[in-house]
Design a binder for this molecule. Sequence first.
Ligand code: SF4
Length: 404
Amino acid sequence: MSMQLAQLPPLSLYVHIPWCLRKCPYCDFNSHEQRGDLPEAQYVDALIADVEASFPKVYGRRLQTIFIGGGTPSLFAPASIDRLLVGIRTRLPVEPDAEVTMEANPGTFEVERFRGYREAGVNRLSLGVQSFDDARLAAIGRVHGADEARRALDAALTIFPTVNADLMYALPGQSPEGALADVREAVERGAPHVSAYHLTLEPDTNFFRFPPQLPAEDVAADMQEGIEALLAAAGYEHYETSAFARPGQRARHNVTYWTFGDYLGIGAGAHGKISFRDRIVREVRERKPLGYLKAALEGDAVWETRDVAEAELPFEFMLNALRLTEGFPVTLFAQRTGLALNAIEPQLAQAERAGLLERDHARIAPTARGQRFLNDLLEVFLAAPAAEPRSRVISISSRGTARP
Ligand code: SF4
């Protein structure tokens, strides 16, 4: 019997702006160094054309959240973000209290700019602080210094209803005290949401080709434990692998990903997941910025579409939902995948026996060990090789943006 969804999941919109001032040596996102003037107005036209072309796929559904990520969206002028959000709102219904997040790099910070984004309707700013230590920022090739990050964070906290501070740890030359000092400063400055990512060396990055000296694995694990303890003591809920929030401040957009909700992804290289009653579709947009621009303006920016095979759904669901430290309600699996939970009973039992997962009548959650060894836990849910060729597994990066 094939999958059937009783109801469609919540829908979000992800918008990708693919340019940055400079490419950071650790970054494997679809971001391109700005050379000369950006085709900003044309790109906004292309995004709006993309929304319009996508309309039939999400007809009648309301956007719960919008996330403008990148790249560095704050390279775009507030007037462009305003035009983009008006273009979206006039084409797709948006919940009145929708969370509208935008990413910003402290290297682009100006108070007036931030005010302009707020006036355009952005109600949550996600700031790429990474560290408050100039030497660490230089070591990871960031374009901004610690004082710029401080000024940008302080201003964001006065301008936006809510703010996330992105931090990274296990940086070249970083001590455990240094990692904790960064987190402590974000707390003391008042960030209600902190994302703390472990620096990893991803293929196709300069750091992968020329690896810097990084803290040893056990030192990095101690940093992680120290960060978790510090944030817990300060009243933050550790609700996802890398995400910490004061009560009521969780990132609704990312929670849509982690609860296997739907998201339309527009912009160069953006990924989307859209459910229909009898199938779940993944889409990828043209990756190169200028190629995307042209394709979107011509009315079809989708580079790849594929139905997610039924055999892959349990793994895809778990890949997201098991990032949530509190796990998920048992009913969510059937709601989102259209499959009966007992279809994965052997895997659930296996993970439970291994001490990686715990469950009762209401919830299924990773244990502390399962959170720590998340890959081992996820492996349990990998489908056996199917008769048909397996399609590509798409993972959700730690930033919450889908990437292959
Ligand atoms: S880490 Fe952020 S600022 Fe750096 S290149 Fe990647 S997307 Fe751009």
